[in-house]
Design a protein around this ligand. Structure first.
Ligand SMILES: Cc1cc2nc3c(=O)[nH]c(=O)nc-3n(C[C@H](O)[C@H](O)[C@H](O)COP(=O)(O)OP(=O)(O)OC[C@H]3O[C@@H](n4cnc5c(N)ncnc54)[C@H](O)[C@@H]3O)c2cc1C
Length: 397
């Protein structure tokens, strides 16, 4: 029986999977490249029955309700701060919205009783043997595991090692996104304020729990850029360049970028992998079917972790059966959710002044907003969720 499972990545999919594997009697180990749990990122949301059912079965709803943001309405303004469009909290925040860093911490805590965590390391080689996988690490000694799961995001290391180069699987959707924390010197209240010029969106909102802090969220259109994903200073220069010369509060916000310790910067891209597993290696979350922003990646990752662990338990660890069932249950669902991400960049930062005016006019109609909301809930609930009997949750604090 395949009990020892190595998971690469400790953000959302990794800890969620470790939690479920632990409750089904497996022994998960999670290796994370960062030296500790990564903070940062904006709010992420859960919407529709399927997401909430999984969170409920994980025993997370009361805690997430305690720390939820309550949704983040966005007011789009012109150069002088006059309102052009108001997106209500339900539209942006789903049924439960939490900061990504808070969610990662809660999932981590709920997986700790069952999981060995290794921070500051990364897999360098995967060699399948007749009974398992011999795994080489950048820093630690080689170890043997029964199965290896890539939960290491859109730029997955496991996918590169086991399936091939990233360019075969990830398509750039023409935009980049950045988030960082800054002092709330603008006197911001609830919600965010956003400003557009063609191909650019700059926004800022107060932190719901610490009003002295705020979060910036910038999106810009650009062809694929060549940069070092591990060099935040280089990424800051790219953002600075993309927004230089813009009005409104942009210069003030850019002025805080250089001190930001928690920059999140990535392309808006999607991952499409023909088959989510090869031999004893399988992918979950953004590594398999990510869509950066707007594709319900967080909800899909949590649902996929639940199904993958459940199918492994149901098949008594037989990965061939479990990986096939996991994928056949979820592939169509994940595709449907992912499609929302294809529109995010164009929605936030339309390429022309006419495009911005059109968005502001059409979206100010409540009927349209309600329709979009219902569509999101429907898409995120189109999968039949089996009940996989599992042991009780044991949270450690
Ligand atoms: C710091 C951060 C901020 C984010 N901010 C936002 C945001 O503002 N808006 C949004 O929509 N989405 C954001 N995301 C992405 C969002 O979390 C995912 O789209 C979604 O939740 C699915 O999560 P995931 O666990 O599959 O992937 P991710 O959340 O991308 O997590 C992947 C994890 O794998 C780790 N990792 C990467 N390479 C290796 C390696 N070689 N070895 C070991 N571990 C590795 C990463 O450090 C990370 O912890 C952010 C992700 C991170 C890590």
């Amino acid at each position: 029986m395949n009990r020892n499972v190595l998971i690469s990545g400790a953000s959302i999919a990794g800890p969620a999977l470790a939690h479920w594997l632990g409750r089904h009697g497996f022994r998960p180990t999670v290796v994370e490249l960062a030296p500790s749990l990564r903070q940062g990122g904006q709010a992420v949301d859960f919407r529709g029955e399927t997401h909430l059912t999984v969170l409920e079965r994980m025993g997370l709803i009361p805690e997430l309700r305690r720390i939820q943001t309550g949704g983040s309405p966005v007011r789009f303004v012109d150069e002088l701060g006059r309102t052009l469009l108001h997106l209500p909290a339900e539209f942006t925040g789903g049924e439960i919205e939490v900061l990504r860093g808070d969610l990662a911490r809660v999932l981590y805590e709920h997986s700790l009783p069952y999981t060995e965590y290794i921070f500051g390391d990364s897999i360098t080689s995967l060699a399948e043997t007749s009974s398992g996988v011999r795994v080489g690490f950048q820093r630690g000694a080689s170890r043997d595991f029964d199965l290896v799961i890539g939960a290491d995001g859109l730029h997955s290391n496991v996918r590169r090692l086991a399936f091939g180069p990233e360019e075969n699987y990830v398509s750039h959707l023409g935009y980049y996104a950045a988030t960082w924390q800054l002092p709330n010197d603008l006197g911001l209240g609830k919600g965010s304020i956003g400003y557009n010029v063609p191909g650019r969106f700059a926004s800022v909102g107060a932190d719901h729990r610490n009003p002295a802090q705020a979060g910036a969220f910038f999106v810009f259109a650009a062809p694929e850029l060549s940069y070092d994903r591990r060099d935040p200073e280089q990424q800051k220069r790219l953002i600075d360049h993309a927004f230089s010369g813009l009005g409104w509060e942009v210069p003030r916000l850019l002025g805080t970028l250089h001190q930001a310790p928690d920059l999140y910067f990535d392309s808006i891209s999607r991952a499409d992998v023909d088959t989510w597993s090869t031999g004893r290696v399988c992918l979950v979350g953004d590594a398999a079917c990510g869509a950066t922003i707007g594709g319900m990646g967080t909800g899909t990752a949590v649902v996929a972790a639940y199904v993958l662990a459940g199918e492994l338990a149901r098949a008594q660890g037989d990965h061939r059966v479990a990986f096939t069932r996991y994928e056949s249950r979820l592939r169509k669902y994940a595709r449907g959710c992912q499609a929302g991400g294809d529109r995010t960049g164009k929605f936030l930062a339309p390429g022309t002044a006419a495009g911005i005016r059109f968005r502001n006019t059409v979206l100010s109609r409540l009927l349209f907003l309600n329709g979009m909301l219902r569509l999101g809930e429907k898409v995120s609930s189109t999968v039949a969720l089996p009940d996989y009997p599992a042991g009780p949750s044991r949270v450690s604090r």
